[in-house]
Design a protein around this ligand. Structure first.
Ligand code: DC
Length: 223
């Protein structure tokens, strides 16, 4: 991938800070940004609305429109029941297959004529875009991620019990790491960035240091 758009893949578990980091990198480099979790969430939401079982592959594929018509800006996608349905539909090979080309097309021709794309998810560096120019695997200790998620929920006026949130996140991690198709794991050539002890600014600086050290990205930084 040297001639086409530049691609940065950011993978990692839930609440590791991928969204904030990916947005900031995209802004600094003037790249397009795709949060692929939203694709799975939009499918999970469509399935819940159709009152179908998110584990039933045939029903899920029947309930879901083409990826192009999924409404990724709907605030309902952030709901916890939607996250749960998303984790279930994400284990279905037919769902992953249906989303694959959409994600690759986004990176090959980033919207707005941007020169590159930052694509975040769980399997971007390993499966979706294995030839990405740069892969970052963003992680943090489970307790820290749970605390960040708790803070985020409280800021949105939602109450949540820490012990319950921890249990749910542990279950979701396990489901993401142990599923047969595209499990969550760092690509062999990914730079692993552990943000347990880093706030959002420090994580961004650490990521930009990694990016600047890559010859493909020389002169691309606007920040
Ligand atoms: O990052 P998120 O919480 O919005 O992701 C929602 C669910 O989708 C989560 O269970 C992981 C799954 N997912 C995935 O399997 N592959 C991706 N590339 C992105 C998300």
């Amino acid at each position: 991938m040297t001639d086409g758009p530049l691609v940065i893949a950011i993978d990692g578990p839930a609440a590791a800070g991928k969204g904030t980091l990916a947005r900031r990198i995209a802004e600094a480099l003037d790249f397009a940004h795709l949060d692929t979790g939203l694709l799975y969430r939009a499918i999970g939401f469509a399935v819940l609305q159709a009152k179908q079982d998110p584990s039933d592959e045939a029903a899920v594929l029947a309930a879901v429109e083409e990826p192009e018509s999924l409404r990724l800006g709907d605030p309902a996608l952030r709901r916890d029941d939607v996250a749960d349905a998303a984790a279930k539909v994400a284990t279905l090979p037919g769902v992953r297959k249906r989303l694959l080309q959409f994600q690759r097309d986004f990176a090959a021709a980033p919207p707005g004529g941007k020169k590159g794309a930052v694509v975040e998810g769980r399997d971007i560096g390993t499966v979706v875009l294995p030839a990405a120019n740069l892969k970052i695997f963003l992680t943090a200790a489970l307790e820290i991620r749970a605390d960040r998620r708790l803070k985020e929920l409280r800021e949105r006026g939602l109450q949540s019990i820490r012990s319950q949130l921890l249990r749910e996140m542990r279950e979701r991690d396990e489901r993401d790491e142990k599923r047969a198709v595209s499990p969550l794991r760092p690509a062999e050539d990914a730079a692993v960035l552990d943000t347990t002890e880093l706030d959002a600014d420090a994580a961004f600086e650490a990521a930009m240091t990694i990016i600047r050290s890559q010859p493909d990205f020389a002169d691309k930084d606007r920040s």
